[in-house]
Design a binder for this molecule. Structure first.
Ligand SMILES: *Cc1c(COP(=O)(O)O)cnc(C)c1O
Length: 400
């Protein structure tokens, strides 16, 4: 599709922008904090870092409950949540609106749980009424937990977590409510306690601005209660063994992830300096700019949104359908010629999609550069385009 008259000149010698939906851009301050020799792990510096990290984490999720910080990625967080609260043969209800809740459900099944799944239509959010109906039908209260995602990173759909909580309550069902916030933590408003979430799972490498390597798991009172009788418990994941009052060593079931903890402390300080509310507003504003661009570009045969309902579009990632336009070619030009790496589309028909991550350490400059690269690629390809997305995004950011 590339116009053969155009020399595909590389213009990438300056800083590159990786705009994939995780791992996201790591701030220099975080990288700098991680770049240090190993300290004593039983005394001094590191213990202060650990205290500061554990003290700061509850507020990030809007809870007074403590967090657990296992070494691992998001999948590790999923497994920690399941292994600490459920028993072999328990039923769980998975609410899938893309890719990730379904994968969590597969893990649950592998671990000996019986899984019911409600799958939203591709591009739509979970329907709370369907959740209520499913739970009402479970009159024996067999279902021990409801598992879903806040933001699905494949579709960039955001679920209405309070509405799902309300549906569980309306059914009078006692199931634990577990929410994967891996793509949204630190980017989108999330209030674990106010929203009645029992277990929240996140990870270091997306909105939290730290390299992959730490999972973050917040456990509410009801989950801690369920923990006492759960038989999927294993030593490595066990919340009791990782006691908050015991030696620092046990909190990680072994040697702490030293460098990551220094990085996480710095990231948490940056979040505190910005303020959580300001951070959520920044993400929303920048996401609005991305959405303004996609709306302007969109045209028959051209770009469009994967997430159908504007009210359910994530502020941390945007998944874009490309119609008749070759998504791989857009991505190739952006990466090889313009220095911008976009995220591969997941799950949409014919691979005709790509994703923009705008989570964590991103400014208006970052987002405008990404949008500018996409528009440049579309021009080079002579692709169908409604209007200038960059124009729409800059007008939005100008407040006009
Ligand atoms: C990235 C992501 C995951 C998977 O995290 P890993 O660190 O790759 O295990 C799970 N859920 C959501 C919503 C994600 O965005």
């Amino acid at each position: 599709m590339t116009d053969s008259n155009i020399v595909d000149m590389s213009l990438t010698a300056g800083p590159e922008i990786v705009a994939i939906p995780g791992p996201s851009i790591i701030p220099e301050r975080v990288l700098g904090a991680m770049h240090r020799a190993m300290p004593d792990i039983y005394a001094g510096d590191l213990t202060e870092v650990i205290d500061e990290v554990f003290d700061a984490l509850p507020a990030i999720a809007g809870t007074t409950s403590r967090a657990f910080v296992p070494i691992g990625n998001g999948h590790a967080g999923w497994e920690m949540a399941i292994a600490n609260t459920l028993s072999r043969g328990d039923r769980v209800l998975v609410l899938d609106c893309g890719r990730f809740a379904g994968l969590w459900g597969e893990m649950a099944e592998f671990n000996g749980l019986r899984v019911d799944t409600i799958t939203a239509e591709w591009g739509s959010s979970v329907n709370p009424a369907a959740v209520e109906a499913h739970l009402r039908a479970d009159t024996a209260h067999d279902i021990a937990a409801v598992l879903t995602v806040h933001v699905d990173t494949a579709t960039s759909v955001r679920n209405d977590i309070p509405a799902i909580r309300a549906a569980i309550d309306a059914a009078g069902h006692p199931a634990l409510f577990m929410v994967d916030c891996i793509a949204s933590m630190g980017c989108e408003r999330f209030e674990m306690d106010a929203w009645g979430v029992d277990v929240t799972v996140a990870a270091s490498q997306k909105g939290m601005m730290v390299p992959p390597g730490l999972a973050l798991v917040w456990a509410g009172d009801r989950a801690r209660q369920a923990h006492t009788t759960a038989d999927l418990r294993t030593r490595y994941w066990d919340w009791t063994y990782r006691t908050e009052d015991g030696p620092y060593y046990l909190r990680f079931c072994g040697t702490p992830p030293v460098s990551h903890l220094f990085g996480m402390r710095e990231a948490l300080r940056m979040i505190a300096e910005e303020g959580l509310d300001a951070r959520w507003q920044r993400h929303e504003r920048l996401a609005d700019a991305v959405r303004a661009a996609v709306t302007a570009w969109s045209t028959p045969g051209g770009l469009g949104f994967v997430a159908r309902d504007a009210a359910h579009r994530s502020h941390s990632v945007t998944s874009i359908t490309t119609g008749d336009i070759d998504a791989a070619e857009v991505m190739r030009i952006c990466r090889e010629s313009l220095g911008v790496t976009l995220g591969l589309g997941i799950g949409a028909a014919d691979g005709a999609s790509f994703r923009i991550g705008h989570m964590g350490h991103v400014s208006a400059a970052t987002v405008l550069a990404v949008l500018g690269a996409i528009e440049t690629a579309l021009h080079r390809m002579d692709a169908p385009m409604g209007a200038s997305g960059v124009g729409a995004a800059t007008a939005l950011l100008a407040g006009s």
